[in-house]
Each structure stands twice: as C-alpha cells, then as structure tokens.
Design a protein around this ligand. Structure first.
Ligand SMILES: Nc1ncnc2c1ncn2[C@@H]1O[C@H](COP(=O)(O)OP(=O)(O)OP(=O)(O)O)[C@@H](O)[C@H]1O
Ligand SMILES: [Zn+2]
Length: 466
C-alpha cells in the first residue's frame, strides 16, 4: 500500500467514525432535548468532551430525587447496559466493572495473539489499552489477526487495531506505539500501565518484556502459539516466577521458530489471545477466589483436542531479574543482543565461510550450464516446499540436514568438492545450512540470497509470497 493510499484509508476510517459519532451525539441531543446551538463552538471540536458533557447532562437530568450507588462518572447508564451481561456475574458486579474501567492494559504486538486479545479486552471495557507494534499488516496475517482487514494491508498494526477498536467500543482509549519495543523505551512505557500482555514472537522481546515487567512491578500475562499448539502462563504475579525463572537460558538456535517459519492454525493464537484476556480480567477485577495462572501453565493442543494445566517452576533465588541478588536494574543497561545472540537467535550467522549468490547470478550461471559437480538443496520444511518450489532444488529440510553425519551427507551429496547451492524461504535458514555444510567439509557452498520470496518478487510474479 502506498503512503497516499495508507493516508486515504486512515481518513476514510476517520470519516466513518465521525459519522457514527455524529449520529450518536444527535441522538443524545434529541433524547435530552438540548438545542444544538447550546453547545459552544470550542467544545464542538472536541468530541470526547462534548460527549462526556452530554452524558453527564443526561445523567443529571435523569437522576431521581434519591441517591443511587452509581458513583463512577465513567460508568454511565449506556456503559452499564453495554457491559451488563458480564456485570451480572457475582465475581464482577459494579465494583469489578469499575476496576476494569479504571485500568490500563499494555499489549506487546498486535499479531496472532495480540489482535484477538486487544479486541476482547476492549470488549470487556478496560479504560485504556496501549498497543505497541512496529510492523505493518500483511496479507498472510489475515487468516488469524482478525482485528485487521484487507484495506489495512501496509498499515501499521497498532494503528489498524486502534481503528477497529474505536468502531467497536469508542469508550476505550487506545494509545498506539507505532515502533519497536526496545530496552531504551520499555521501562518508560510499562510504567504507564497496570498489566502487561506479551503477544510478541521472538525471544529477545520476551526477555525484555519480562525484565521490564519485573522492574515496573507489573503482572505479565504471556502466551505463545505455533502449529496446532499454544501455551499460556502469568509471570510476576504476587511473588510468582518471572520468565527468566522458567527459562534462565534461551532455547538453542534453530529450535526457536516463528509462525512465519513453522506455520500456525489461525484459531490457536486466537484461543491463546482470548485466554490471555481472561487472565487479564481475573487480575484486574481482583477476584479473591480466582485462580490466576501464576506458577501454572496451560498447554492447548488443537490437533489432539486437549487442554493440560500443570505446575511450573517457582521463583528462583538466583534469577538475575527477580532473584535475591538480581543484577538487572535497568533494561537499557542489559545486552539483550548478546544474551540472545549467544544462544537463541535462530538465524544469526555472524561468521560464515559459504559464498552468497544472487538469483540473477544464479540464473546467469545456469544459462552457462552447470557441470554435474553441483547439487541444489532447498532446506525449507517439507510443507513450505510443497506449496511452491523450484524442482531443480531437492528438499532436504534444515532439521534433517543438521542430523546427518558426514557419511550420510556424502551418500546424499557425493563428492565434497561439488558446488552446493542452498536456498530457503528468505535466505536465513540457508545461511545456517551453509555454515553447517562448510563445517562438515564442503568448501564450495553457495547461499542463494533472499530465498524463494526474493525469486518470486524479482523474477516470477506467480510465486506466492509466503
Ligand atoms: N519488540 C517488538 N516491539 C513491537 N512489536 C513486536 C516486537 N516483537 C514482536 N512484535 C510484534 O508482535 C507480533 C507477533 O505476531 P505474530 O506472532 O502473529 O507474527 P507476525 O510477525 O505477525 O506474523 P508472521 O510470523 O506470520 O510473519 C508482530 O506483529 C510483531 O511485529
Ligand atoms: Zn525471575
């Protein structure tokens, strides 16, 4: 989406929103029999003020000669009617709704988990929602990120979420942070909210979110989803463990996968996002009997049709984030790149001995004719290869390639002097594979830069961008 189209989409949204608001205000005016001229010009420019004045006026007009219990100016008649079905619950009632109305929730990422979580959290009447995401809506997000839509492709996800929420429940204030959460900005942003929801998709952000939540003394609802499976827990709640207590070391390279690599059934992050919203509500309404998922985890397996809940490790005395002698005092002073890069940055290859080749160079070389002394490998998972592939490249998924010893490799690839061309989806996994093959004795290894996505973009429009 071009910048102009993006701006146009934002304006169209605003017009629609204004039209809705005008209708609503006109109805209120009519109901209260207030002539339009009575509202002064200055206030007209501020919809929220006008609306709240009208609502107060309406409330005042309608107040009877006796006092009621209704003491929260934000929980007006209409608002209570909107939330009445949940307010009927003995665990929520008027007090619980007031707590929700006066609370602030920060959601990290408006993706597969964050999108449904934000939708329902705005539905339940939280007063303020903060949404942080630096990324733009893509076509491949829409099977699960239901807060966005086709017209929003190319628009920042936090902004897109805000536009949807404003049409869904205009009483919720949405703050957007249309940039990346970093060690430099995290503590400041977190301090402005009561509870944090992690809906991000990478280890570096997860550790950062956890450490910043510990420092800000805020509970952290945390979930993840991949394939058919999702999991959920609550960290840093009433002396419970933090993320680092559970995972002091980052998972090993290659074992950390994103939805973009491994795929995901859309409903799974949807379910996890909604479960995050449930935990969020339980914490905010301060229901004494509610069993918050602290030191417990739920694993949902959609394929098996099972939910399992079990206890997890408690707080660790030696945790560098929340333990007795914690060393993380300011997240901006902690080197997340180094911590994550050392063990879990899935696709970081700092030093390499393979050569890079672009698709243009590859095609030129192919036209000259490859000798028999060349092998072509596509290291993507079989499911990705199945959707679209270049048959010249045979599929040896990276996971399988890693497990092959030198003997098995030489049976498969033959002579170690052969040229080996490796491709993948975007050129990340092929770099890891290139390094592995070099270490196993193959000295003429080529990484095809940009993978199938770049081939599609530059050479063949019929190739889907996956
Ligand atoms: N540090 C961060 N700051 C802000 N947003 C983040 C950060 N890390 C991750 N996110 C956001 O969290 C969301 C995670 O969503 P999800 O797991 O569905 O992945 P995705 O990037 O939307 O999709 P895919 O992996 O399929 O391309 C993304 O929108 C991503 O931009
Ligand atoms: Zn800890």
């Amino acid at each position: 989406m071009s910048q102009v189209e993006e701006q146009k989409a934002v304006l169209v949204q605003k017009i629609e929103k204004l039209e809705d608001r005008i209708k609503y205000l006109e109805a209120l005016l009519e109901k209260n029999q207030i002539p339009f001229s009575k509202i002064n010009q200055e206030q007209q420019s501020n919809q929220v003020e006008v609306e709240s004045k009208l609502e107060q006026q309406q409330e005042k007009d309608q107040k009877g000669p006796l006092h009621t219990n209704l003491d929260d100016p934000l929980l007006t008649k209409d608002t209570i009617e909107r939330y009445s079905r949940q307010m009927l619950l003995p665990e929520i009632k008027y007090k619980g709704q007031k707590l929700l109305q006066n609370s602030k929730v920060l959601i990290i990422g408006a993706g597969g988990i964050g999108a449904p979580a934000a939708y329902y959290i705005s539905g339940m009447g939280v007063g303020t929602i903060g949404i942080i995401d630096h990324d733009n809506v893509e076509e491949s997000n829409l099977h699960r990120q239901i807060i966005h839509n086709v017209e929003r492709i190319g628009m920042n996800k936090a902004l897109s979420a805000k536009l949807t929420i404003e049409r869904f429940n205009h009483r919720v204030k949405v703050n957007t942070y249309q940039f990346q959460l970093t060690p430099e900005n995290a503590q400041d942003i977190f301090s402005q909210y009561d509870i944090i929801l992690d809906a991000s998709d990478n280890p570096k952000t997860r550790y950062l979110v956890s450490d910043a939540s510990v420092l800000a003394k805020k509970p952290l609802v945390s979930g993840s989803a991949i394939g058919w499976e999702g999991q959920l827990t609550v960290f840093n709640y009433k002396n419970g463990p933090c993320y680092r207590c559970l995972y002091p070391e980052c998972p090993k390279a290659g074992s950390v996968k994103s939805c973009g690599e491994a795929g995901v059934v859309g409903m799974i992050p949807g379910i996890i996002g909604l479960l995050e919203a449930v935990e969020c509500m339980k914490i905010l309404i301060e229901a004494p009997q509610a069993k918050v998922l602290s030191q417990r985890m739920i694993i949902f397996d959609g394929y098996e049709g099972t939910f399992k809940a079990f206890r997890i490790r408690g707080p660790q005395k030696n945790c560098i984030s929340c333990g007795e002698n914690k060393t993380i005092k300011f997240v901006k002073d902690y080197d997340y790149d180094n911590f994550v890069g050392a063990s879990c940055q899935a696709f970081t290859v700092k030093e390499h001995n393979f050569k890079n080749i672009t698709w243009k160079e590859f095609v030129q070389e192919k036209e000259k004719g490859f000798s028999d002394q060349a092998e072509f490998i596509d290291v993507r998972p079989e499911s990705q290869y199945d959707i679209v592939n270049i048959p010249l490249f045979k599929n040896i998924p990276y996971q399988d390639l890693q497990d092959l010893d030198e003997n098995a490799l030489s049976n498969l690839l033959g002579d170690k002097n052969k040229k080996i061309f490796i491709m993948c989806r975007r050129g990340n996994m092929s770099r890891l594979a290139g390094n592995d093959l070099f270490k196993k004795g193959y000295k003429d290894v080529y990484n095809v830069v940009g993978g199938i996505n770049e081939y599609g973009r530059d050479f063949d429009q019929s190739v889907p961008f996956i």
